[in-house]
Structure formats: structure tokens, C-alpha cells
Design a protein around this ligand. Sequence first.
Ligand code: AQP
Length: 333
Amino acid sequence: MQRVFSGIQPSGIPTLGNYLGAIRNWVPMLDQYECIYCVVDQHAITVWQDPKELARQTREMAAALIACGVDPDRCVLFVQSHVHAHTRLAWIFNCVARLGWLNRMTQFKDKAGKDRENAGSGLYVYPNLMAADIHAYHATAVPVGEDQKQHLELANDIAEKFNHDYGVDFFPHIDPIIQGVAARVMSLRDGTKKMSKSDPSDQSRINLTDDADAISLKIRRAKTDPEPLPGELAGLDGRPEARNLVGILAAITGVTPADVLKDHAGQGFGTFKGVLADALVAHLGPIQSEMKRLLADPAAVDALLRKGSDRAAAIADPIVTKAEELVGFLPRR
Ligand code: AQP
């Protein structure tokens, strides 16, 4: 069975975008792969996080994953900072990866924005830590969206250079698992921007913790255009907000966007938004109840995560210790 690694940042409340684009796809993988899933709090602090919020969000993210069906008995589920193998290997990779490689990473450019000189250096070496996350487990498959493809290529470049420099065949090649129809959920305020948990506007996203009233209100207020829905996909060209809402209903109800249009052609957004809000409330309701149940006992969630980190460390520690030995570090014992 191939070993899969995937991570999610506790940089806010998980959104509908995280759910449709990542979390939901993690569940069927439990049947096909040996899965290692991680709440990557060390990645999250590459941009400022309020310390109290970060701890709460980390636990909340773990609860959200479990509530969505990521069963901790069928995978290794843990928090990144609890397993020191990640940063030990990341340091080695900081020394293997070339500056020129990191300079090409578009996510750094996007996240650092115009104030590049003032960005944290952690944000710059983020892809090296991501490579360490995967290689610390000798994982060979990673589910990736379009935005993470470049980082995965870098993880393979780092592995190849490490193997070459130290004359070994130690870190394996990683293959991307390309998800079926890419469910890229866009902001409810701007159909050209992706929905993000750290967007300053709460109205731009559906949080997995939003209740029925909040969901209905946000969908009702979502930006749209005055035209009715078309009957064909081509009619959504140049209408990013309309395309986004159609895509969300399709993803939530398990049909294609073309099917959604067939059912709702000619409808105005007043009616369509009502249908969409009802579908979201029905779909997310059971997840929210389960999240609430789990978070009512935070110590139990923490205990599950501790168990997960013990299992993760049991896999990663020997691999990273071997990497340190290959580099020439004096063995600790
Ligand atoms: N809008 C989205 N549509 C589809 N997939 C999405 N993902 C994130 N937003 C969308 C996917 O969620 C996974 C985990 O993402 P992450 O938390 O590690 O980082 P991110 O992609 O930066 O997510 P956010 O919500 O935008 O976080 P912030 O605001 O902190 O940067 C990834 O697989 C991602 O593709």
C-alpha cells in the first residue's frame, strides 16, 4: 500500500473551500492508502498567528477533520509541532535546497506580496518544511491541488539532490494524486479570488462552524450578477461569481455543474441562492453537530492527537535519524 502524507494549516476556521478541495477527498483515501494526516501548525506561523487562537484553531481543525470522516483509528492524525522529526529534516533540507529553487516559488511571491523584505524567513523556506513533512515518512503519494504542484516538484528536486550528494537512494520519488474534478471554491465576495480561511472578510467564506442562519445570510449576500442562470456551461463565461455558486451546488450534491444548469436554467439568483443555502445547511449540519460533540471534550481530542503523534514519531524518527547519519551527524546513542 502506498503511503500518503497530507497537511492542513490551522490558520483559521476550516472553510467550505478546505472541505471540498481537500478534507472531503482525504476520506476515501483511507481505503486505498496508508494515510498520514497532519495539522501543520508550524506552517501556519509562517504568517502571524495569535498564540491563543492558534492553539484553539489547531484543536478545532483536528475536530473538523474527524467530524468530516477522517477516522483517527484508520490513519495517523497528529499535530506537526509534536513530532520533532519534521524540523530536524527541514534543517537538512534548508541546506540542500538551492536559493534559486526557492526564488521561483510563486506562493511565496503571492503571500509576501509587495512587502517582500518584511516577510518572515519561515515563509520563504516553507517549501523545504513541506518537503520534510513528506520525506520524513518516506511517503510516495501526496494529494495536491494546482497551487501545491510547484512545491511537490521542489520536494522531488530536494530528494534527488540529497540522494546524489550523499551517494544514496534514500528518499523516494513522490507522485501527485490528482483529484478528479478540481473543486476550487472561490470567495463569495469576489469570484476571481479563492475562498480562504485567513481572508479578512468573514462574508467571503462559509466556515464549517457557521450555523444555518449564518450560511443562509452569507449565500444571500454573495456577489452575483443580474442575469438569470444559463442552460449551458458556456453561458457562465465571464461570470466568475455565478460559476462559483453553480460549482458549489454541484460539489455538495454530487452532480456536475452542467446538471445543475439543466435543473436551474432561467432561474434568478434569488431562488437559486435559496436552493444552495438549503443544500449547504443539510450537508454541513451533521458535520457541525459532530464537531460540537468532539469539542465539548477538548481533553479527549488532545488525547487522540497525542496518540497520533506517538504513531507518527515511531515512523518518522528512524527515517530522520538515518538521514542525519547519512549527513554525518554524530549519533546520539
Ligand atoms: N478555496 C479553496 N478551494 C479548494 N481547495 C482549497 N484549499 C484551500 N482553499 C481552497 C485546499 O485546502 C488544503 C489545505 O490548505 P491549507 O490550509 O494548508 O492552506 P491554504 O491552501 O493556504 O488554505 P487557505 O484556506 O487559503 O488558508 P490560508 O488563508 O491560511 O492561506 C489544500 O489542499 C488547499 O489546496
